[in-house]
Design a protein. Structure first.
Length: 287
């Protein structure tokens, strides 16, 4: 086996979609495996040396015994020391979003059978899965993603393979909430706001007129320089620890102008060294 990914997360957040995408990419996927059997499965996969097991993804959810779930991080550490490349992919979403998704699909949450209401079941699921999110290599907040966006992001971030740092720069609007998957969060709300210019309100940070407006301010240049300096110092540290993924979020009030501009600016700078760099604008419509 060359690579093992444990896929977990809250019910309704897209775990099945992630596993289906990995399967489409040629991974051997097993969903809802008992956590206590992961070690036996890996041992079997390594021992048989079958090509089909070279990229193995297993789905774990909260229907496992808490002790078995809590043992997974230590098991993965042991496997890494034995030379296997192991990762944890964790998907989650805001409670209000999960409640809406369950209302729309009318599916039953796996923990509601014990008499809990849906909101309580989601809270209990967060608690049970806490050991996995704490040890996750890649966390994806799917609150504002469509199925197609999630599938695309899984392919872009997982498929390039180990050994290179996969960086995602994402813009967001603070009025919509802070992304739950960011390693670094920066605030651009102190910069001049193009929104208050009537001719710029409907444009975005990608438009040349907005770029010209922002770059007329020395404060914008200073922030870009500060962010570049900070990240150039930090990124090698992540690479030195064999970190596979890094998500950097930049927010402004609405996520339309300043944060978009900064993300595009930083992406242009860092893409020369990190060709796998990705960009996502949470508040802008996808094209």
């Amino acid at each position: 086996m060359n690579r093992l990914i444990v896929v977990s997360g809250l019910s309704g957040s897209g775990k099945s979609i992630a596993l289906n995408m990995l399967e489409d990419l040629g991974w051997y996927c097993i969903d809802n495996i008992p956590a206590g059997l992961v070690q036996a499965l890996v041992s079997h996969s390594v021992r048989t040396e079958e090509p089909i097991y070279r990229r193995l993804a297993v789905g774990l959810d909260a229907r496992n015994r808490p002790d078995d779930l809590a043992s997974i991080p230590d098991l993965l550490d042991d496997l890494r020391r034995a030379g296997l490349h192991c990762e944890v992919l964790y998907l989650h979403a805001e409670t209000e979003v999960l409640l809406r998704r369950y209302a729309e699909t009318r599916r039953r949450h796996p923990l509601t059978g014990s008499g809990m209401g849906l909101a309580d079941a989601i809270a209990e699921e967060r608690r049970l899965l806490h050991p996995l999110i704490d040890s996750a290599d890649l966390v994806i907040d799917t609150s504002r993603m469509s199925v197609h966006e999630l599938r695309a992001l899984i392919g872009q971030r997982i498929e390039p393979g180990p050994g290179r740092l996969s960086i995602l720069f994402e813009s967001f609007g603070f009025k919509h909430g802070t992304p739950g998957d960011a390693d670094f969060v920066f605030d651009a709300r102190t910069l001049p706001n193009p929104y208050w210019e009537p001719t710029l309100q409907q444009l975005t940070g990608k438009d040349e007129r907005v770029v010209e407006f922002l770059e007329a301010s020395p404060r914008v240049h200073t922030m870009v320089e500060d962010l570049v300096r900070f990240l150039e110092a930090r990124l090698p540290e992540f690479e030195a620890t064999n970190r596979g993924y890094l998500t950097i979020a930049i927010g402004c009030t609405g996520g339309q102008h300043r944060s978009v501009y900064l993300v595009e600016k930083l992406a242009t700078h860092f893409r020369q060294k990190y060709p796998q760099l990705l960009v996502r604008h949470n508040a802008l419509p996808t094209t």
